[in-house]
Design a binder for this molecule. Structure first.
Ligand code: PLP
Length: 478
């Protein structure tokens, strides 16, 4: 018998079918674009961004099968067969009784928390994503993060840093059970560095929820990547197909919110799924109010078809192996040149520890924003601050440093090649050489909620006196 020996290079398991040209920009063009955008990368025109790692949300490339499925889209207002195919694909992996399509993940969150939230209530999560937090807080409820301690230590190398602190959940529920309408678990934990949650942790959280009679909901945007990490890191799952792992994860919870713009490989869409009939009835009424009739819920029939096909492709092992490896490739290269990164690498992004890379910038002068602006200015790489700009402003108007100041390089699915990643590595290396000269940022205008999307900034005058500004090589970046 011949044993097939794997090759070292894990290739992109697709070839390019149509191309979208990139516009290469000069540093001077980027400097003026940045200034016009108020140093907020969300305000840049996409044509001014050669390598866009702002988000992996809705930015992936669809497959030939998804484009073909789009042609099957049936646009009937009610009862379209496209909804039937969507529902079948969702319930194949997530066997919940009720599936409510929404235009994206945050609409599912808004519906769920309008139905269950309210003043004085508390919703725990391993770490709330920003839209989840905002949707909870807009009902007057409090969003509480309960990550394990290692989840807040960027350099701690643990396999499941996305886990929830089960003892802390138990304490919270023992003291304030009446105030908790439901518990959430975000898989993978995006705001906590894209780190996975173990099956053991989901089971333990589910058991605590069960003892206190609280439903558990998964924020399942990146559940396929999370399941791949369970398969490759958690004992007993090596030989279990990812689709089965996902079904097991779903079975430990009572419902889910989903953004189809992530692992389901679509450019738009989402859903809320749950078992509780009475809660589903309340949610459906809210869905009809702002999303649409329950069989399309804010989406065209063709979008439902693209999601159904995307879900099938998202659990393919060759795809997931390439996906996780390509993120790791970028992370390993940055680590090698001395850039402080969150380890181990998550499923969808590499997170740079901006607080460690720019120790001369106070957290309230936003080191993450400063680094993200420098990456754009120097090399046209758009990234996303996940730190004090995103999480530092509280509903009472006070501002405190976030637990970490990270810059996320999110990798769109099936979109960039290895040479694009090699270029990104060079850009980060150049910025690391300039690190000690980078100024902090100050906010000149901001809204009260979700300020990172629209706040305007300006660089502070140089953060260090010139004498202290020794040039550091990238090896000293951490
Ligand atoms: C963990 C998590 N939950 C929820 C959402 C919201 O999804 P959407 O952007 O589709 O509204 C996101 C989006 O990035 C996310 O990462």
């Amino acid at each position: 018998m011949t044993i097939e020996k794997p090759f070292r290079t894990i290739i992109e398991p697709f070839r390019i079918h149509s191309v979208e040209p990139l516009r290469l920009t000069t540093r001077a063009e980027r400097a003026s674009a940045l200034e016009a955008a108020g140093y907020n990368l969300f305000e840049l025109a996409a044509e001014d961004v050669p390598i866009d790692l702002l988000t992996d949300s809705g930015t992936g490339a669809m497959s030939v099968e998804q484009w073909a499925a789009i042609q099957r889209g049936n646009e009937a207002y009610a009862g379209a067969p496209s909804f039937g195919r969507f529902r079948a694909a969702v319930t194949d992996l997530f066997p919940y009784t009720h599936v409510l399509p929404t235009h994206q993940g945050r609409a599912a969150e808004r519906i769920l928390f309008t139905a269950t939230g309210g003043a004085g209530l508390i919703v725990p999560n391993n770490t709330h994503f920003d839209t989840t937090r905002a949707n909870i807080e807009s009902t007057g409820a409090k969003a509480v993060d309960l990550p394990i301690a290692e989840g807040l230590q960027p350099a701690a190398r643990r396999p499941f840093k996305g886990n929830m602190d089960v003892a802390a959940l138990e304490r919270l529920l023992s003291e304030q059970a009446a105030a908790v309408p439901l518990v959430m678990l975000t898989v993978t934990n995006n705001s906590g560095g894209g780190q996975p949650v173990s099956m053991a942790n989901i089971r333990a959280v589910g058991q605590v929820c069960g003892r206190f009679g609280k439903p558990l909901f998964l924020d399942a945007c990146r559940i396929a990547e999370n399941a791949w990490f369970i398969k490759t890191r958690e004992a007993g799952y090596e030989d279990v197909p990812v689709a089965h792992i996902i079904r097991q994860m779903a079975a430990l919870a009572d419902g889910m919110t989903m953004s189809a713009k992530k692992d389901p490989l679509a450019n738009i869409g989402g859903w809320l799924a749950l078992n509780d009939d009475a809660l589903a009835e309340r949610c459906r009424n809210l869905q009809i109010l702002t999303e649409g009739f329950p069989t399309y819920g804010g989406l065209a029939g063709r979008d439902l078809e693209a999601i159904a096909e995307g879900l099938r492709e998202a659990v393919d092992h060759d795809y997931l192996r390439y996906r996780v490896r390509s993120v790791e490739y970028l992370g390993e290269a940055l680590e090698k040149i001395g850039v402080p990164v969150v380890v181990p690498f998550g499923g969808h992004a590499v997170f740079i520890d901006a607080r460690a890379m720019l120790p001369h910038i106070d957290p309230l002068a936003y080191p993450g924003q400063a680094l993200a602006c420098a990456l754009y200015l120097e090399g046209g790489v758009r990234s996303c601050e996940i730190g004090t700009v995103m999480f530092g402003l509280h509903p009472d108007g006070t501002e405190r440093p976030a637990a970490m100041d990270l810059v996320r390089l999110a990798i769109p699915r099936r979109t960039y090649t290895q040479s694009h990643m090699d270029y990104v590595i060079e850009v980060v290396e150049r910025v690391a050489c300039l690190a000690s000269d980078l100024p902090g940022m100050r906010i000149i205008s901001q809204p009260r909620r979700l300020r990172h999307f629209t706040a305007r900034f300006e660089p502070t005058s140089q953060a260090r006196p010139p004498a202290a500004r020794a040039r550091r090589g990238p090896g000293a970046a951490g």
